[in-house]
Design a protein around this ligand. Sequence first.
Ligand code: ADP
Ligand code: MG
Length: 311
Amino acid sequence: MDVVSVKNLVKRYGNTIALDHFNMSIAQGEVFGLLGPNGSGKTTAINCIFQLLTYDKGEIELFGQPMSPTRYDLKRRIGIVPQNVAVFEELTVRENIDYFCGLYIEDAKQRRTCVEDAIGFVGLEDYVKHRPRKLSGGLLRRLNIACGIAHKPELAFFDEPTVAVDPQSRASILEGIQRMNAEGMTVVYTSHYMEEVEDICSRIMIMDKGRTLAIGTNAQLKVMTGIGERIEMDVLSLPEAARAKVQGLECVQSAEYDGRVLRIVCSSGQHNVADVLGVLRTFDMQPGRIWAEPPTLNDVFLEITGRDLRD
Ligand code: ADP
Ligand code: MG
């Protein structure tokens, strides 16, 4: 059974179509990544699923049951960590977490355990008595997460939880999410950072303009593109004949030389660096620094849309 099933969801804001017959199914236990540039519809999709927004058309089922604004029984099985931090300024860290947890868990003893676990999960032990305004951006994000997941939901949505966060908090957030998943929580994770989606997601959907462009594991998505690794080599001087020979290799899509660096885009395949070096050797050339990067999800996005995910 799918934990999340969305069929033909359409959402308009006036004349803007934010979700255009959007479909999504997520199985129990996944860390499902929703990757798309700003404005592609990620937040709208989550807010429709949680019934925070009305929508024009479509069917949403959670845990195999139709979702509606009054399905509080389903809502308490879900956690939502909103893109914009939503906490109370007049409450301390612990009081904030306790408040949000209390929306779902009435039993004081059980709630205390949940609140302490949440504090541990996000690593806020040293800040429990602070008020939000005393926290750095990264710590505030961690508090936002703790408030969203303290009631130990079976399914949690994290909407761009690492935007504008310092590297230490970012690592702590990603690691915390993976631990929660290991303990049984199904995770939906939205981001426009391809690196972190690659790192933590078992399956990834790439979306743009309210539609699904591609879906699969990180490896599957990369096989879909014809792009292999990108290679750069420092070369002091390169005869045009040598560049042309490199360009002519079967594995090479393009080879450009700017007087200092030879930049090569390969098609998927193996031994690309070795093949290029072989050509240079026939010209008696030995490059300096060599740098190779495997294909990224940005390459996939670029190939499908002709645009850069990072723009
Ligand atoms: P993402 O979360 O992927 O950045 P959003 O879901 O926020 O994307 O936005 C999707 C589209 O809907 C964008 O074109 C955005 O400008 C538009 N949009 C989002 N919220 C509103 C709103 N409250 N009113 C009007 N348009 C909106
Ligand atoms: Mg968003």
